[in-house]
Design a protein around this ligand. Structure first.
Ligand code: NAD
Length: 413
């Protein structure tokens, strides 16, 4: 038996606790924890140097009782079935909390996309679709970008799937605009973090203007979150990526850092910015800490050193269940991933709906609908937490788990 990834066991402990609070039976807990379908495929490709390489690909469909499975596709060297399983079930809860008509799924290919050429990535992606196409599609399972994948990868999925089934833009979201992607999808997760933080500040009466932020990760989520939080008048004092981290007490210039990263691949070496040791960006003094890179980065080891007043889970599963307890004991609220980073899946839902209806929404409509749905979800979580004295994660899980159970009951299971 393989050891379960921390993410999966963390997720199970949150789910378990919610089922206990809601008085659900053990069999209901099993039904809610187990995936409906798990796929593992081996994908051989010929590398540019002429050698054969074989990569493992995964897709897990956790639950489709509220709608087709929905979730990202991750390209990363540490992808394995346990991680994908945990992330798929998290998606079920995320779509339920946002109350959108979708279920939960996730996939990944165990590879280092930085070591693959564009041609190799395209061949790998197309072969993955060739192997799993019978199980995915607009009414069954819809993929989207995640760590290590982007709009281009989604474009290849769209093209390969459409070659088999005819033009099918709704089979995948996060596509390039030219292929039926939605306005606002690219920034949606980070922009959504801004919406959730604003709702939090309004509810708990904390000022946004001048509030300080430390961010881990400067990819899709981190970069757009930084922009959104600055637009709210907040000050991003620390930013990191996989290789570098910088700090300035007066706030860093996000546009300048993005330019430098695209030109030189590094955030560090900006005049006047202090370089931080990797990981210590999580420990700087700030109002909001936004881990927006990978899972399991706030652990029982570093949780006692977190100095933020609030942690906002930009990434999926950045706070382990042990760290969650320690932060709670220290009165540091955690805005959970299933709320904080759900902007991406909500706009993916808009993209899917636009594709199905052959519509094209302007950005203003996308942003406005996202704000409406996400603010509503955030207020429901804050209300439930206040009524029950639960922490925000527990409140969010209770709402989501109850919705999935209601759908299972209504469907006759
Ligand atoms: P990405 O690949 O675009 O960016 C990841 C960033 O994290 C990069 O800047 C990378 O350099 C950095 N990083 C990697 N390891 C790091 C480390 N040890 N320390 C600091 N930085 C590190 O990925 P993304 O799409 O931004 O996703 C980030 C997280 O958000 C993931 O957990 C993902 O599952 C989650 N998420 C993404 C979306 C989305 O729409 N993209 C939606 C919901 C959740």
């Amino acid at each position: 038996m393989t050891e379960k990834s921390s993410m999966q066991s963390d997720y199970e402990s949150f789910l378990h606790a919610a089922c206990d609070r809601l008085g659900y039976s053990k069999s209901t807990l099993s039904l809610l924890s187990l995936a409906a379908l798990e796929i593992k495929v081996e994908i051989p490709i010929i590398r540019d140097n002429g050698e054969l390489a074989v990569f493992s690909g995964y897709r897990v469909q956790h639950q489709n009782v509220r709608g087709p499975c929905k979730g990202g596709l991750r390209y990363h060297p540490e992808v394995d079935i346990d991680e994908v399983r945990g992330l798929a079930s998290l998606m079920t809860m995320k779509t339920a909390l946002a109350d959108i008509p979708l279920g939960g799924g996730k996939g990944g290919i165990r590879c280092n996309p930085r070591e693959l050429s564009r041609r190799e990535l395209e061949v790998l992606t197309r072969k993955f679709v060739k192997r799993i196409h019978r199980e995915i599609g607009p009414n069954s399972d819809i993929m989207a970008p995640d760590v290590g994948t982007n709009a281009q990868v989604m474009g290849w999925i769209h093209s390969e799937y459409s070659a088999i089934y005819g033009h099918s833009p709704a089979a995948v979201t996060g596509k390039p605009l030219a292929l039926g992607g939605s306005a606002g999808r690219d920034k949606a997760t980070g922009y959504g973090i801004g919406i959730v933080v604003k709702a939090y500040a309004e509810r708990y009466g904390t000022p946004l203007e001048g509030a300080t932020v430390a961010l881990q990760g400067f990819g899709n989520v981190g970069f757009h979150a930084a922009k959104a939080l600055c637009d709210l008048g907040m000050k991003v004092v620390a930013v990191s990526d996989a290789r570098s981290a910088v700090y300035h007490e007066d706030g860093v210039d996000i546009a300048a850092l993005a330019k430098q990263k695209s030109e030189r691949g590094l955030l560090a070496d900006v005049d006047g910015y202090k370089a931080l040791d990797p990981g210590t960006e999580l420990e700087v003094e700030c109002d909001y800490l936004v881990p927006a890179a990978l899972g399991g980065v706030i652990t029982k080891e570093n949780a006692p050193r977190i100095k933020a007043k609030v942690v906002v889970e930009g990434a999926n599963g950045p706070v382990t269940s042990e760290a969650d307890v320690l932060l709670h004991d220290r009165d540091i609220p955690v805005i959970p991933d299933i709320l904080a980073n759900s902007g991406g899946v909500i706009v993916s839902y808009f993209e899917w709906a636009q594709n199905l209806q052959r519509e094209v929404w302007p950005l203003k409509r996308v942003d406005g609908e996202l704000e409406r749905i996400l603010t509503n979800a955030a207020r429901q979580v804050f209300d439930h937490a206040a009524q029950t004295t639960l922490d925000l994660r527990s409140a969010a899980f209770d709402i989501a788990v109850r919705r999935v159970k209601e759908a299972l009951d209504a469907s006759g299971i």
